[in-house]
Design a protein. Structure first.
Length: 425
């Protein structure tokens, strides 16, 4: 099989989520879906890896699971497993080269390769038989990030996973690919790519006639995105119903606030799942005995014990999405005898997320300053990622650049789609 005849695949290996898209012969794309036991099918896979060991034929064998299966595996035996998150964040950090577990050393490249092998197996993909383009940011995460080092480690990780035909493309270029294909003259583009955990803002010069069609001009990033907006809903709507504002007493003493860290964990879906340990559940039960409203804390225990993090966050995300098209919605969630049917006004949601919108504004301005450009020198603005649907966010960018310049499309999978298509042009 030659490189020209291999199926072309784009992989958006993200800090929070990963997406895989297949380029079809007719020029269209197909987003490949992930299926995990006891979890809904999805276009995305959480970028999580769990390692544990099992006895097999008198020898210890290292096992692995990814995505929601990784959390399930970790919770089965937290003491004897290792859950690894945010692997992409360390690629350009020379200070992080390896970790140790069960007496063995694992390089970052090996950990990512294990994740990628499982990813390919979930999708029934043979890594050696496809042509892959993987994305990388213009600037990798970290204050002292070495971008060349980060890209090489990314390449090495894919090579260890068996992907022997690999190209690397810039994520903002891929995110804007659908729009850039329509250009018939040079243009300066601002790309806002809002992921699950991070948001990247890039300014690029697209020239459809140049040998190098894309030239990066400026970049900035911020460590918040869609998950942060979900966090605001959880903290303002859900957490009070589960005891956040209650107090308790130790031996009849002065009332104390319920530990705030439980609700910080509640507001992050993966951390809520990780609370299912005997120590944490016992601590919550102890506080509940003298709490002003013990039943609220007992409901928190039941949510944790019954692993309702995914279901709760689907309800939260659904409410967030509804507020993109409605001035008012309800957060609806039911588990056993715990029912939430809480109204949320868009005006309240926008007030909650105002600090996050300010940080997006600051990051956009930094990208412009690094490019040495003013907002009126940007020809088009492309916003991608589910968070780009939020009206208050779009309004911020419309105020800065002009509503007529804003374009969008393929918000959830546009990076992976662009990666799958960009080397075919």
């Amino acid at each position: 099989m030659t490189a020209e005849t291999r199926p072309r695949v784009g992989i958006d290996f993200g800090t929070t989520n990963s997406v895989v898209v297949l380029a079809l012969p007719n020029g269209e794309t197909q987003t490949l879906r992930f299926t995990f036991a006891d979890h809904p099918s999805s276009d995305t896979c959480r970028t999580l890896l769990c390692l544990w060991s099992e006895q097999e034929g008198g020898r210890r064998k290292i096992m692995e699971a990814i995505g929601p299966d990784a959390i399930d595996a970790y919770l089965d035996d937290p003491a004897e497993s290792r859950l690894i998150l945010s692997m992409k964040s360390y690629l350009a950090q020379s200070s992080f080269r390896e970790t140790q577990w069960l007496g063995q050393r694992y390089t970052l490249e090996e950990l990512i390769a294990r994740f990628l092998k499982e990813l390919a197996q979930k999708l029934d993909i043979d890594p050696g038989s496809i042509q892959v383009t993987v994305g990388r940011p213009v600037r990798f995460a970290g204050e002292r990030a070495d971008d060349a080092f980060g890209e090489q480690r990314l390449r090495d990780s894919f090579a260890q996973a068996g992907f022997n035909k690999l190209n690397v493309g810039l994520e903002p270029e891929a995110a804007g690919w659908r729009f850039a294909k329509q250009l018939d003259r040079p243009a300066t583009i601002f790309v806002g790519d809002f992921g699950g955990g991070t948001s990247d803002f890039s300014i690029l010069r697209f020239d459809p006639d140049a040998k190098r069609r894309t030239t990066p001009l400026g970049y900035s990033g911020v460590g918040i995105a869609g998950d942060q907006l979900d966090y605001r809903i959880v903290m303002n709507v859900v957490a009070p119903l589960l005891g956040r504002d209650e107090t308790y007493r130790i031996m009849g003493g002065t009332p104390l606030p319920v530990p705030a860290e439980w609700y910080a964990d509640l507001a992050r879906w993966h951390r809520l799942s990780l609370m299912r340990t005997p120590q944490i559940l016992r601590a919550i039960a102890d506080v509940a005995r003298t709490a002003t409203n013990p039943e609220r804390l007992r409901q928190l225990i039941r949510l944790i014990e019954d692993q309702q993090a995914q279901a709760l966050y689907r309800a939260v995300s659904a409410a967030k999405v509804a507020l993109s098209s409605s001035d008012r919605t309800f957060l609806n969630f039911r588990h056993r005898d715990f029912h939430i049917e809480a109204p949320i006004a868009r005006s309240d949601f926008e007030r909650w997320i105002a600090p996050d919108l300010d940080r997006f504004d600051e990051a956009a301005q930094i990208a412009l300053e690094r490019a040495g450009l003013r907002a009126d020198q940007i020809d088009r603005v492309f916003l991608t990622g589910g968070t780009s649907f939020v009206p208050a966010l779009r309004q911020r960018f419309a105020q800065r650049f002009g509503a007529e310049k804003i374009d969008s499309g393929g918000e959830f999978v546009s990076v992976a789609e662009g990666l799958a298509l960009m080397d075919a042009a």
